[in-house]
Design a protein around this ligand. Structure first.
Ligand SMILES: Cc1ncc(C[n+]2csc(CCOP(=O)(O)OP(=O)(O)O)c2C)c(N)n1
Ligand SMILES: [Mg+2]
Length: 891
């Protein structure tokens, strides 16, 4: 056999490869892509059968998904669009630079928008449909790109120079602009908050699904609307960003388009310096069943790729890691020629006609409007799956020496005069050298072709985006009949507040007006809360209906899935469920539909786990009811440390527009929910509700006369002391499942210790706290006027005796109202980690059962000198309370 020198082996390899490629080209030309695909599939099978181990890959080569041949021409005027984009770029940069001119700069970001400008402008000029369009879109803008969105709104004449000047100066007269998308702060402009990274993508996914839900249930006309979510490549590391990615593919949500701005950088440095974020994302999304469109290279590269007969260029493109690509972005053409092209003479040959300067200027796909247009067009037309556009860009594009592609670019907020001049020149902004240092904003005249073009484009596409407004008709009334039954109590029958809530929910669902608007949401906990009867009654929503015979078909309460099902049974995802809650609770603005979401979950996995999404819900002016089920540190027996919630009421206090309650009785729940629907859907207040509901069963009493107002304000007298003139007096506060313990303590105190106590049901420490502080603040600002008296103080004005509060939450709750009480109170609460035990043992452990209420009362009376300490000590003995017991807060 003839010895083949290594060099010849390489040559032979090349010849062989060439022959195979030629054959493939022949099949492609004669039989088309489908035939090539079939042939490759068969080749793969054949190779496998013969023992060839093919490595798994979910990737395609590192080139554009849409080839140059498939590309269409872009409609409209590319020149005008480029000019408009340049103006937006300038104004976006100018507003940030001006906001940071002063010593005490107030931040802002230039480089995120600089990299994403084309991605947005192509959308604004050709794709994003406003709410006046029958297929109006929902768009989640990347938070840090906000300056660009403002700069465009300025050109559109929707915001003026004062606004731009007051970017991040929101308290300024004339109006400021919020740092990021915040509907709470700019309710006519922003629709969805996105700046907490990862929340935009997951909310977008569930928004797309909720749009289908509204259409399938006939609450909204069928449409071709899309949900667009713009996100950063670094952002995809947030678990929420990709955590729900299988849902839209499974549900074939072709109304969803993600656009990931792959500038290969995040805040500190490269996203994947030693790898390729685009390929990583491609594999993940393709694996999950998405339509993936890579937009990596601009048009200049098409000619080079056409010359790449041997695939050397494609191979070279695919072997460079992102850190190195970033290096090319900041280097000159000579460096790129040497290091990128110089590794193979065939590559050098390909670019020998290009100067170093031309090499340097070869644009990336995400900066080429034609490439981006084609990607969006394909995304709009794709059927049966969501689309992700992976667009490659350069962070800080256009900033040149001021930061383009550099690791510091995310934090770049200032530009010196030279840098501004270069930026101005690069984008052709008509500002003179003399003026440029002042970074003036620039808007062409109203009748200029740029402004006319931009307005005309938005008009054709259904109005400006983003625009937010309430598009729904308020409900007229909340029918009383639905709630009255609960005022009567259960006549001795035992029920839990969860059962009460579920019964109320079932009634609401059956109501002829309200029923269809109710959206029950559960993360795989319906059986936990005894809601399974609803499966059959209203069905579980599934676009596909039910394509199988459910295993419990022969039972009354079978697991019924239906395309017009009403329940959103989300599976084990509180984050996903919360995103549905946001979609349903903002539909009054987004879709003009007053849907009323009720999201019930394990209370520990709410504020504690997905608090940031709840915060975003508040920002988005979401309406609806969150129900913290199985709540109470001692009421949920057995489940232990990770489940037993004694915190959520405290967390809820910090959410400004969250109205929270810890109700004990059926009528309290009825009053709160009835009033909640009124406030949110009749009066259109931007609040949402949080109610904790429990699984302990006890008899539900009848509502005391006139209790409604107090229930809503946060406290009311549930039961009077039987001997108001007794010498020993106490005021006992109880909440939620601990209220029955307090009532029991009242009886023991009266019968055994001659202490006569009033019992108050405290439904909401947070409401009392807020009202008290509001009164105090008013008093501070009006020193000469008659002071306002907080509601708590009014309730307790002449109340005699010691004050004892017990709840299943941390002691900070009652402490929050202490300042407005006539005397300091004694707080009993559940500070500390929970543990698995029975209910009674837990209450003993956390010192919140009736015995501790008795002991705390007697002990407080002894401290006051009203009784002898020995009485309290004897009571402790009688009730087995060990004074040397370890402190549960720290054990
Ligand atoms: C939850 C959360 N963590 C951290 C941040 C702070 N932060 C803002 S932008 C940013 C980097 C963004 O990188 P990338 O997603 O790649 O967006 P780019 O600006 O590159 O387009 C970080 C860490 C944040 N906004 N939200
Ligand atoms: Mg990035």
């Amino acid at each position: 056999m003839r010895y083949i020198a290594p060099k010849d082996a390489a040559d032979l390899d090349a010849i062989e490869t060439r022959e195979w490629l030629d054959s493939l080209d022949y099949v492609l030309q004669s039989g088309g892509p489908a035939k090539v695909a079939r042939l490759l599939r068969e080749l793969t099978i054949h190779a496998r059968q013969n023992g060839v181990k093919l490595p798994f890959t979910a990737n395609t080569p590192y080139i554009n998904t849409i080839s140059a041949d498939e590309q269409v021409l872009m409609p409209g005027s590319p020149d005008l669009e480029r000019r408009i984009k340049s103006l937006v770029r300038w104004n976006a940069a100018a507003m940030v630079v001006r906001a940071n001119k002063a010593e005490e700069g107030i931040g802002g970001h230039i480089s995120t928008y600089a990299s994403a400008a084309t991605l947005y402008e192509v959308g604004f000029n050709h794709f994003f449909r406003g709410h006046e369009h029958r297929d109006g879109d929902v768009i989640f803008f990347q938070g840090h790109a906000a300056p660009g969105i403002y700069a465009r709104a300025y050109l559109e004449g929707r915001i003026d120079e004062t606004h731009l000047e007051n970017f991040r100066r929101e308290t300024k007269a004339g109006g400021g602009l919020s740092s990021y998308p915040h509907p709470w702060l700019m309710p006519d402009f922003w629709e969805y908050p996105t700046v907490s990274m990862g929340l935009g993508p997951i909310m977008a996914i569930y928004q797309a699904r909720f749009m289908r839900y509204l259409e399938d249930r006939g609450l909204k006309p069928q449409s071709n609307s899309k949900v667009w979510a713009f996100l950063g490549d670094g952002e995809t590391d947030e678990p929420e960003a990709l955590g729900a990615m299988t849902l839209p593919a499974r549900e074939k949500l072709d109304n969803l388009i993600f656009v990931i701005n792959c500038n290969l950088q995040r805040l500190d440095g490269p996203v994947r310096g030693n790898g390729q974020i685009i390929q990583e994302l491609e594999a993940a999304f393709r694996g999950a069943g998405w339509n993936v469109i890579k937009v990596l290279w601009g048009r200049e590269w098409d000619q080079l790729l056409a010359k790449d007969r041997d695939g050397v260029l494609v191979k070279r493109m695919g072997e460079i890691v992102d850190g190195q690509y970033q290096k090319y972005a900041v280097s000159d053409g000579a460096y790129v020629r040497e290091h990128f092209w110089g590794v193979d003479p065939r590559l050098l040959e390909m670019v020998k006609h290009l100067s170093d300067d031309q090499l340097k200027k070869m644009t990336l796909g995400g900066h080429d409007p034609v490439k981006v247009y084609n990607a969006y067009k394909a995304a709009m037309e794709h059927k049966g799956a969501p689309t992700v556009v992976l667009a490659r860009t350069i962070k800080g594009y256009g900033l040149g020496e001021a930061g383009e592609g550099k690791n510091i670019t995310h934090q770049q907020k200032k530009m010196n005069e030279d840098e501004l001049r270069a930026f101005r020149t690069r984008f052709g902004i008509p500002i003179s050298d003399a003026e440029v240092g002042k970074t003036p904003f620039y808007r062409p005249a109203e009748d200029s072709i740029e402004i006319k073009y931009l307005r005309e484009r938005r008009k054709a596409l259904g109005g400006y985006v983003p625009t937010r407004k309430n598009r729904s008709e308020p409900l007229k009334t909340v029918p009383n009949e639905l709630f009255e039954e609960f005022y009567k109590g259960t006549e001795g029958r035992k029920a839990s507040t969860t059962m009460v809530f579920v019964r109320l929910l079932s009634k609401l669902l059956r109501d002829k007006d309200l029923g269809r608007l109710v959206v029950p949401i559960v993360p795989d906990e319906a059986r936990t809360f005894g809601m399974e009867a609803l499966f059959r009654a209203v069905g579980i929503y599934s676009h596909a209906g039910q394509t199988y015979e459910p295993v419990d078909m022969d039972t009354l309460l079978y697991y019924k899935e239906a395309s017009d099902g009403q329940i959103l049974e989300e599976g084990i995802t509180e984050a996903g469920s919360m995103s549905s809650f946001v979609a349903a609770g903002t539909a009054y603005a987004t879709h003009g539909v007053n849907t009323i979401p009720f999201f019930i979950y394990y209370s520990m996995f709410g504020f504690q786990r997905i608090g940031d999404l709840i915060w975003a819900a508040g920002d988005a002016r979401t309406r609806g009811f969150l129900l913290g089920g199985t709540s109470g540190r001692t009421t949920l027996a057995g489940e232990g440390l990770q489940h037993q919630d004694g915190n959520s009421q405290l967390f809820a206090l910090a959410y400004p527009n969250c109205v929270s309650y810890d109700p004990a009785f059926a009528y309290e729940i009825a009053v709160i929910i009835q009033d909640g629907i009124r406030r949110m859907y009749v009066d259109q207040e931007s609040v949402f509700y949080y109610l904790t509901v429990m699984n302990e069963q006890y008899a539900m009493p009848e509502m005391p006369k006139g209790a409604q107002e107090g229930i809503l304000k946060g406290m009311y007298k549930f039961r009077n002391a039987s001997k108001p003139d007794a010498p020993l007096r106490a005021q006992l506060f109880g909440s939620g499942a601990i209220l029955p313990e307090v009532i029991k303590a009242q009886e023991i105190l009266e019968s055994r210790y001659n202490v006569s106590a009033d019992v108050w049901s405290v439904t909401s420490y947070t409401e009392l706290y807020r009202e008290g502080h509001a009164a105090e603040r008013w008093n501070m600002l009006h020193p000469g006027d008659k002071p306002r008296v907080p509601y708590v103080a009014q309730c307790l004005k002449n109340a005699p005796g010691v004050l004892i509060a017990a709840s299943d939450y941390v002691k900070a709750m009652p402490d929050a109202i202490d300042r407005w009480l006539p005397r300091p109170l004694v707080a009993l609460g559940t500070d500390g980690f929970g543990r698995s035990e029975t209910r009674a043992s837990l209450r003993e452990f956390f010192e919140v059962d009736y015995r501790y209420v008795v002991v705390a009362t007697l002990s407080a009376l002894a401290r006051d000198g009203t009784i002898d300490a020995s009485v309290a000590a004897a009571a402790m003995k009688a009730h087995n309370v060990n004074p040397d017991k370890a402190n549960p807060a720290v054990s």
